[in-house]
Design a protein around this ligand. Structure first.
Ligand code: CA
Ligand code: CA
Length: 595
């Protein structure tokens, strides 16, 4: 009896131990916390945010791979996204607890063993036939929180999956895909909330940011980015509570046009914990034909700073007031500090390489413009940016003409504008290195013939009122990776590229800058000089940003590969020029070969 009891106790203890081990041990992933996300840039053992840190610098302190060792960088594994679904792969992978999470075209998400490249699971959103992505079926990445991996889909839903199993934990409709809404940006986690935007500026949607409880998907606030629309907070029962109108109705928009005003938030936002501000870029005002909407058309083509606790706009800076060229200002606003050369004081700034060709430096505490200079060689729409007023000095004759002023009322005068609407820089994120104080900007040199046409809003139809043809400016290159000094406004070095650059950039403590080309090369160059140090051909174009992390004492580099994005669809003469590039869909991982 005594002996049996003892045995029973032992077996109970073993069961409890096994249960505990199952619950906390190797089966269940280590949860991602708010601290992990806020500290992401400083913890090279993982990559748990888009931007490799919420400030978006895309700088890793790792230096095992450097100018002298990079020659030994070799592939460890590559995994195919498979199927017949290829097109553009613009995703930044995330790495946490031995797993990589990478999204792919057509709203797919893969979990992969980082060591072996073995696929652990795949999620594929069942997309309806009527989705309306303007610019390819891309996705720019996921967010991690607790045991969840969260991403947005082309049918405008947010999906949260269990990191271990890929099973849906929550799923929510953000808006109507039939009205032109979709999601292409990576969501971001701020204080336990998942922050996400919407795409669809070419269909007259209403841009906005939304904050939800990351664990449940329950709405916390909505902040529209078109002046005149109401923001809301939601109480614990899900009831709408008005949270203040965004600006003043009809102040910068005439008549009813603000109701379909665009300013979509289709690219990744950033968050600066020091100022407690979310920075989101906004797209073009709708429609493109600017003669239909006199005024600045706030908050289109702007950087908008939002307090995550209230969902209110704290400041905004409009990069292209009254945009008439589709200069979406969605480019990422990257926090950085510099010493003012005159006063020696540290300035809390943010840098943005805008689609309109100018690099803007703003005080990130209040939005005040500190510096603005061209990062491309040809800009026709403005002579410069007035640092006193913060406004562009327009070349009025470079605005496409008013169709209602033409003889038949059908087509306004054609102008040749540079940059083209695909931008001095587009979706591909730049990197900043605190070691060199330089931004590394994937720039493009191109222009466009553009003209305006009459247009009326119709739900679910393109809402442009414009026609265009994109043209290269030079025979030998369109792309140029440029090292930009944000304080002096100087281009310190540039590496030209035949095809337009469309992938993002990574900078490292090893003094390297990594970026991919549509020609299929992942490259490493010297951060100070731009000197080519290493390249590897991945077999298809790269239009995604690379990452790096450390695991078991070794530094890894990864990048998604697969040619596509807006250029083949909208590129006009340029699309013909690069039609030799092949599609694909895979992720590649590299580390140093031990001799
Ligand atoms: Ca990290
Ligand atoms: Ca646009």
């Amino acid at each position: 009896m005594h002996c049996r009891n003892k045995r029973r106790k032992l077996s109970l203890a073993l069961t409890l131990m096994a249960t505990a081990w199952l619950a906390t041990g190797s089966v269940q992933a280590k949860e991602v916390t708010d601290a992990d996300i806020v500290n992401d840039a400083k913890t090279p053992g993982d990559v748990v945010s888009a931007g490799i840190g919420t400030q978006g610098q895309r700088f890793s302190p790792l230096k095992q791979i450097n100018a002298s060792t990079v020659k030994d960088l070799v592939p460890v594994w590559s995994m195919s996204f498979g199927g017949e679904k290829q097109r553009g792969q613009e995703s930044q992978p995330l790495v946490h607890d031995g797993k990589m999470f990478v999204t792919a075209s057509y709203s797919r998400l893969f979990a992969i063993d980082t060591k072996t490249g073995k696929k652990l699971w795949k999620y594929e959103q069942r997309l309806p036939d009527g989705i309306m992505p303007c610019c390819d079926v891309v996705n720019r990445g996921a967010a991690l929180y607790a045991n969840l991996v969260i991403f947005g889909t082309l049918d405008a839903q947010l999906v949260a999956l269990d990191q271990d199993t890929g099973k849906v934990v929550w799923k929510t409709k953000v808006d109507e895909y039939s009205a032109g809404y979709s999601i292409s940006a990576a969501p971001m986690i701020v204080k336990g909330m998942v922050i996400s935007g919407v795409s669809g500026g070419e269909f007259g949607v209403i841009g906005r940011l939304e904050a939800r409880d990351a664990k449940t998907g329950k709405l916390i606030w909505i902040r529209p980015t078109v002046e005149g629309h109401m923001g809301y907070k939601f109480d614990k029962d899900g009831n709408k509570v008005e949270n203040g109108v965004s600006g003043t109705t009809n102040a910068s928009w005439p008549g009813d046009l603000w109701k379909t005003g665009g300013a979509s938030t289709w690219n990744n936002a950033t968050y600066d914990p020091e100022t407690n501000l979310i920075f989101v870029g906004t797209g073009n005002p709708a429609p493109w034909n600017s003669h239909l909407r006199p005024g600045d058309n706030l908050y289109s083509s702007s950087t908008v700073a939002i307090n995550p606790d209230t969902g209110k706009i704290v400041w905004h800076y409009q990069n292209t007031p009254h945009d008439g060229w589709d200069f979406d200002g969605v480019n990422e606003f990257v926090s950085f500090d510099y010493k003012d050369p005159k006063t020696g004081k540290v300035v809390k700034a943010g840098g943005k390489a805008d689609r309109n060709g100018f690099f803007f430096v703003n005080d990130r505490t209040n939005g005040k413009l500190l510096n603005a200079f061209p990062f491309v060689k040809e800009i026709t729409w403005a002579k410069g940016i007035d640092l006193k007023t913060g406004r562009p000095i327009y070349n009025d004759d470079n605005r496409p003409g008013d169709p209602s002023a033409s003889a038949d009322g059908k087509k306004g005068s054609v102008v040749f504008s540079a940059p083209s609407f695909l931008g001095g820089k587009n979706q591909m994120p730049m990197a900043y290195s605190p070691q060199t104080g330089l931004f590394y900007v994937p720039a493009n040199e191109w222009g466009m013939d553009i003209w305006n046409e009459p247009v009326a809003y119709k739900k679910g139809a393109a809402y442009l009122g414009a026609g265009f043809t994109i043209k290269a400016l030079h025979d030998d290159y369109i792309g140029a990776l440029r090292a930009v000094d944000p304080v002096t406004g100087k281009i310190v070095w540039e590496n030209k590229n035949y095809a337009p650059l469309w992938g993002g950039v990574l900078s490292t403590g090893g003094g390297l800058v990594f970026y991919g080309t549509p020609e299929g090369f992942l490259k490493a160059v010297d951060a100070k000089s731009g000197k080519d140090l290493w390249q590897f051909q991945v077999g298809t174009g790269i239009v995604a940003p690379p990452i790096t992390w450390e695991q078991d004492g070794e530094q890894y580099v990864a990048v998604a590969a697969g040619w596509g994005g807006a250029v083949p669809l909208w590129g006009g003469d340029v699309a013909k020029r690069v039609n030799f590039l092949e599609q694909g869909g895979s992720v590649w991982v590299f580390k140093l070969h031990k001799g």
